[in-house]
Design a protein around this ligand. Structure first.
Ligand code: ADP
Length: 402
């Protein structure tokens, strides 16, 4: 008997993910996505009770049209789900430097999300549209829309870590600083860790590697983020699918001054044509690179550079945590699935007391464990991230406390 369900919306610039959860049993009843917004083949994939509905939408649909289609589809065919929605959780990418927790959306919060558009120009506008559409379809739930931010987990980062060494006025006047990202994933992993390691969050010292198309790594001391690899934007830090991560900023001047490349094109190169894709020239997909690791030099190089960069961060973060590490955690599409990358990283971390168990590393998906370390090692865990579930749980928590 369904009673109370949470709708979770994750609106991106060209795609939308949605799901409907029972936040009590944590069961996901409905999920799906909308792909190719503003492009020719706009379509929606809706999964309900394990049945997939592939719906072709009008070409070049925008968020409003496409989400309206999905809501009307669920309303018409699966009204029992639709009518039991009692709260809506929105993933919001950027909440500036003030919001350190999930929060009920009101006029003040809408303004903060709008003010942060400059830092997340592709995502925050889409998040605002998602909120608007939710208001329209669920007018009675206006005060039950919750924003869960990707930045809020990192508001604990101290100033010495979030400030760049550029003239101070750029921070004071324009708020240029490190904000970090993937905070929803880190928050969920911390909840799981508390449970798995049987230690309260505020006593946990861990390094979490969220490795996906976008990748970041975070140092967590006494349950709080003290440094993270992404910066003002998600372009900084690790090597990613198509993003360069860290580089000498003078490369941009070189491209502009010596090579005559326009700023817009440089942005495109660094965000869409670099990273794993840029190095190997074929694919940003880690599965492709793994398959070709022993056969194509460039595939090997891409993975080697990816691991080298990540190792540098893990080394420096372990120093920040003063060596008192409880665990190293892998999550995200690559972190959860690539035993090659985990092996390459961990085999270089004996200095920190991490030793991999090769059998567990390869068979982790089948085993009912999260651990891939040898008995003599510090804990190394692989934990699948569930950002949408975390948003649903936060939405339930805030609605119940209203
Ligand atoms: P996003 O940042 O878009 O959420 P994901 O967390 O879904 O990305 O991760 C996508 C990445 O995970 C891709 O590089 C993909 O190649 C990689 N990946 C997915 N499955 C596997 C697998 N079985 N082995 C290695 N890599 C994988």
């Amino acid at each position: 008997m369904l009673k109370k369900l949470i709708l979770v919306l994750n609106c991106g610039s060209s795609s939308v993910k949605f799901s409907i959860f029972d936040p009590f049993s944590k069961k996901k009843y409905v999920f799906g996505n909308i792909e190719c917004l503003f492009l020719k083949n706009t379509r929606a994939n809706i999964v309900i009770d394990s049945k997939i509905y592939k719906e072709k939408l009008l070409d070049y649909s925008d968020h409003f049209y496409a989400l309206s289609f999905v809501f009307n589809f669920i309303k018409k065919k699966f009204f029992h789900f639709y009518k039991n929605i009692y709260g809506i959780g929105h993933r919001v990418v950027h909440g500036g430097d003030k919001i350190n927790e999930s929060i009920i959306i009101d006029e003040k919060i809408l303004k903060i999300i709008k003010d942060s558009v400059v830092f997340a120009p592709l995502h925050n506008p889409a998040n605002l549209i998602g909120i608007k559409i939710a208001y329209k379809f669920f007018p009675n739930l206006k005060k039950k829309n919750i924003a869960v931010f990707d930045t809020s987990f990192h508001t604990s980062i101290p100033k010495k870590s979030y400030l760049y060494a550029i003239p101070y006025k750029f921070y004071k006047k324009y708020k240029i600083r490190r904000y970090g990202a993937h905070g929803i994933s880190y928050s969920y992993i911390m909840l799981k860790l508390e449970n798995i390691l049987q230690k309260p969050q505020k006593k946990l010292n861990v390094i979490i590697c969220h490795l996906g198309n976008g990748s970041s790594v975070t140092a967590i001391q006494n349950g709080k983020s003290i440094d993270t690899s992404m910066g003002l934007t998600p372009l900084e830090g690790l090597v990613m699918g198509t993003r360069s991560g860290d580089l000498d900023p003078a490369i941009i001047f070189f491209m502009y001054n010596q090579l005559g490349i326009k700023i817009k094109n440089i942005e495109n190169i660094l965000t869409k044509k670099s990273g794993l894709l840029g190095i190997n020239g074929h694919s940003s997909d880690c599965r492709y690179l793994e398959k070709n690791y022993f056969f194509h030099d460039e595939a090997k190089l891409a993975i080697d550079i990816f691991c080298h960069r990540l190792l540098k961060y893990i080394g420096s973060y372990s120093v920040l945590i003063k060596g008192k590490l409880d665990a190293l955690v892998f999550t995200g599409g690559i972190g959860e699935n690539s035993f090659l990358i985990r092996k390459k990283i961990i085999s270089k971390l004996s200095l920190l007391g991490f030793y991999i168990d090769d059998d567990l590393n390869i068979s982790i998906k089948k085993k009912k464990t999260y651990f891939i370390n040898k008995k003599s090692s510090r804990d190394i865990l692989v934990i699948p991230t569930k950002e949408e579930l975390f948003i649903a749980m936060e939405t339930r928590r805030l609605i119940e406390n209203q």
